[in-house]
Design a protein around this ligand. Structure first.
Ligand code: ARG
Ligand code: ZN
Length: 867
């Protein structure tokens, strides 16, 4: 049965303090939990109910007297003491449980990753460690004692400060950690293993000396510098931008090979998927560096938005995730280039969130029910959640926004909050009622904003008529109007901004809103939704000429890019319908790519060809089922045509956009490489022997991964004669390096060859294909399903069956990663009836698999449209 937001009740019991003792063994770890419990005066009363899953209860006591509570699959219930008396209003609960970290391939709770003990508790993993009220509104102080083998686990880490450590008999040792900040159990963490620390010191604005550590496996110490540098810059930035300083004497980051997600913000002990920590010039691309920087920042920023102020219940997930994503986006915009960051974020938003919002998995930023909360760590909660915060920033400006956030931190520090608390801070700080705005949190679906114009020569009157509507989504047939901030400018014939303020923010609050401008010298060209000021689909009749004009002139960098993107989508779809490449588009693209006044990183984005999934969804939006093979061919043809038209410019960019000196991951250097590699990719699409040789030469001469990998990808994706040798060389050099080898698998899984599925199948037999490692599984099976549309959507359904086979197999071990990947099927509705039937068959086959997890079961039934 689903859990419902409307059913929220305060906890019946509160916890004063938690003392945990771990006797770590790969099999049969004993956990002793001592909880000082107190009945919540605001609770419903009743017996003590503790959550617990896959635990063996060895012993339990109340105030030292043994008890035998009733256990079931989801936890235990304790109605009275051993003597049969009612439970006192305050008592000490102690329980010894036994768990099996080595057998834990779900990677939730306490598990073993290549000999290293680690935990992942968000959202509900703590109940796999000990019996506990596993909900975020129960906050307590923790003291944690870890005992382990000193030889295999020299490092023993938990939250807070180390207060004691020492040797024990039989080659074991121990450490005791204490976290002075009350926290929900999902922020608990423990790590024990053979780890090496990179250290740095940081002094906060408040004068606190903090010891920073990045912990990695022996051999990886040379790849921690960038994560550490990113951490230090994040700490400074949060002090400056939000007035938030760090609050403990220790901050540790640990890299783990087996991890379901990107990273986790455990108090004082962030645990990361190794691929988002480890970087060296030889092993990581510029994009990897950028992702490390933003994830390190994201997890660090959670210390205030998530940890100090946490969520009342899991329906409020966007309270911490949307806000923290917005914060990490601001950080990257400040550290690198704001327009480039905005374009990248919108590309991701459309590719992931619009895709989700337009299909059977659509849900509000704050959902109202769930079966498995892990299924709601979605693009909607994260990315659309961040857009909602961004709109508040736009509506109130930097000062109003800062005032509201200051109030939020002041009012709610130490609390578990709901979206309403956050909203009230904005209302109180700005004096504005946000009742209507709050629909952004409750209403699913991507709003559509249609625009019409009228022009009257007489008086220079220009009007824009906006009509908003939001399509129905599962469970929400009718939608009400939203508050939509539309940033707009008007351009004159020479490309100048006509509005005195350049950009004006217009607020749409009704189904229809008209805006008029008077005294304009001539009919303007509108530049609408500048900076993508709201997460909506803008629908407006426009012309190729106008798009080319905006590509050349818009003072808003985002819209300059956007005009080119929309134009490219149109041209690609026309080509899928049999048209030739539009020369006017290619001219406009060439002009943009060659404009030396523009940031190379921006030009690289302008040269990006829209992806096949985006083209497929756009085809459907225009009223026809998507044909994946035709779109693939059209996209290819567009790239070839662009390379043909722009050959000279591309060759020049490839020659000139080199970066002298040793590799540096800074934004300027990365931007030059991005443009250079974009040029290379297009040249290779042209496919002349010289072009392929150029890529092969770059691969061979590269002394860093940012040069090597794009060249490899270009060769492999073009099925060039040099591809096999390059893949072999890459394999031989990196076979012992999991983070790098994931790239080797992914580049092949996404290659659109005729026998793509055959190649992927063969790779599942490769000795390095470890399907229980989520990164490896995603780099092969996931990359095929998400990154090779023409093969995955083969008309015979073989791609679908292949994915379903693997999902059924993995589900028995790791439901979370399986359920997430099942989303590869979420767009089934945009394809023809034949493919729809084939996908439904596979979804039904998965649904019928014996012992299917709650996670995957929920995803599949939502995609099948079951209630
Ligand atoms: N809070 C983490 C982050 O945003 C994500 C953890 C997700 N874990 C999960 N089991 N769904 O950085
Ligand atoms: Zn987060």
């Amino acid at each position: 049965a689903p859990v419902r937001l409307a059913d929220y009740r305060p906890p019946a019991w509160l916890i004063e303090s938690v003392r945990l003792t771990f006797d770590l063994r790969p099999r049969g770890t004993r956990v002793t939990a001592r909880l000082a419990l107190r009945r919540n005066p605001d609770g419903d009363g009743g017996p003590l109910r503790l959550d617990g899953r896959n635990l063996r209860l060895v012993a339990a006591s109340v105030d030292g007297a043994p008890v035998s509570p009733e256990t079931d699959a989801e936890g235990l219930t304790l109605s009275g003491t051993a003597s049969g008396a009612a439970l006192p209003d305050a008592f000490v609960w102690e329980a010894v449980t036994e768990i099996d970290p080595e057998d834990n391939k779900a990677l939730e709770g306490l598990y073993l990753s290549r000999g290293m003990f680690c935990t992942q508790c968000e959202a509900q993993g703590f109940r796999k460690i000990t019996f506990f009220p596993d909900r975020p509104d129960v906050m307590a102080m923790y003291e944690v004692r870890i005992e382990a083998d000193a030889g295999s686990c020299p490092a023993l880490l938990s939250n807070g400060d180390l207060i004691e450590s020492g040797a024990l008999p039989k080659g074991r040792h121990y450490a005791v950690w204490r976290d002075p900040h009350p926290k929900p159990c999902y922020l608990f963490a423990l790590v024990a293993g053979d780890l090496r620390e990179t250290r740095a010191d940081f002094t906060t604005v408040e004068g606190r000396q903090v010891r920073l550590g990045v912990w990695v496996r022996p051999g990886d110490e040379g790849r921690t510098a960038y994560a550490m540098d990113s951490l230090i810059r994040s700490m400074r930035w949060d002090e400056r931008a939000y007035g938030r300083a760090y609050d403990l004497d220790v901050f540790n980051i640990v890299a783990v090979d087996d991890f379901n997600m990107g990273a986790m913000e455990n108090k004082g002990l962030n645990i990361f998927n190794a691929k988002y920590v480890l970087a060296s010039p030889e092993t990581a691309t510029d994009a990897d560096y950028a992702r490390i920087e933003s994830i390190v920042a994201h997890e660090y920023f959670h210390n205030w938005t998530g940890n100090r102020i946490t969520c009342r219940d899991w329906f409020q997930l966007c309270l911490k995730e949307g806000l923290t994503v917005f914060r990490d986006q601001q950080f990257t915009a400040d550290e690198r280039s704001a327009p480039v960051k905005r374009i990248e974020d919108v590309v991701t938003l459309r590719a992931r969130q619009f895709r989700e919002d337009g299909g059977p998995l659509a849900h509000p930023v704050r959902p109202e029910e769930y079966i498995e909360i892990n299924n709601f760590y979605t693009a909607t909660i994260y990315e659309k959640g961040a857009e909602v915060i961004g709109m508040l920033h736009t509506l109130f400006g930097p000062e109003g926004y800062r005032k509201a956030l200051d109030l939020y931190f002041e009012r709610h520090d130490g609390q578990a909050c709901a979206i309403e608390d956050f909203r009230r801070c904005f209302e109180d700080a700005t004096g504005r009622d946000l009742t209507q705005f709050a629909r952004w949190w409750s209403q699913a679906g991507t709003p559509e904003v249609g625009v019409e114009e009228s022009w009257q020569e007489d008086g220079g009157r220009y009007a824009l008529i906006f009509r908003q509507s939001t399509p129905p989504t599962p469970g929400q047939p009718d939608k009400a109007p939203l508050v939509i901030p539309v940033a707009l400018g008007l351009l004159g014939a020479n490309g100048d901004d006509l509005l005195p303020e350049g950009t004006r923010i217009v607020e749409l609050t009704e189904a229809e809103t008209a805006v008029t401008f008077e005294g304009l010298p001539a009919r303007p060209v509108p530049s609408l939704l500048r900076g993508f000021s709201a997460p909506v689909r803008l629908i407006r009749e426009t012309s190729d000429a106008e798009r080319a004009f905006l590509m050349a002139h818009d003072s808003d960098a985002f819209n300059r890019w956007e005009a080119g993107r929309a134009y490219a989508v149109d041209v690609a779809l026309r080509m899928a319908g049999g048209a030739d490449a539009d020369p006017a588009f290619l001219d406009a693209l060439d002009a943009l790519a060659s404009d030396e006044s523009l940031d190379p990183a921006f030009r690289a984005l302008a040269l990006e060809t829209p992806g096949e999934d985006e083209l497929a969804r756009e085809t459907f939006a225009r009223g026809t089922p998507a044909d994946p093979q035709a779109l693939h061919a059209a996209r290819d043809a567009l790239r070839r045509a662009a390379a043909g038209r722009m050959g000279d410019a591309l060759e020049r960019l490839h020659r000139e956009m080199t970066v002298p000196g040793p590799y540096s991951p800074d934004a300027a250097a990365a931007g030059r490489r991005a443009l250079r590699n974009r040029a290379l990719g297009l040249l290779v699409a042209r496919g002349a022997p010289d072009d392929l040789a150029r890529a092969a030469g770059q691969f061979e001469r590269a002394d860093n991964m940012s040069d090597a990998f794009p060249a490899l990808a270009a060769l492999v994706h073009a099925d060039a004669p040099q591809a096999a040798a390059a893949l072999a060389a890459f394999h031989d050099r990196w076979r012992d390096d999991p983070v790098v080898m994931d790239k080797w698998f992914a580049v092949q899984a996404t290659a659109p060859a005729d026998d793509a599925l055959g190649r992927v199948r063969a790779l599942t037999e490769h000795p390095l294909f470890d399907w229980l490692n989520p990164n490896r599984f995603r780099s092969l099976v996931g990359a095929f399903a998400a990154g090779n549309p023409s093969a995955f959507h083969a008309a015979d359904g073989a791609g679908y069956a292949f994915l379903a086979d693997w999902l059924i197999r993995l589900d028995a071990k790791n439901p979370q990663t399986t359920a997430r990947m099942a989303g590869a099927f979420e767009t089934w509705g945009i394809y023809d009836a034949g493919r729809q039937r084939l996908i439904r068959d596979q979804l039904e086959r998965i649904a019928a698999a014996p012992g299917l997890s709650r996670d995957t079961g929920e995803m599949v039934s939502r995609m099948l449209g079951a209630p």
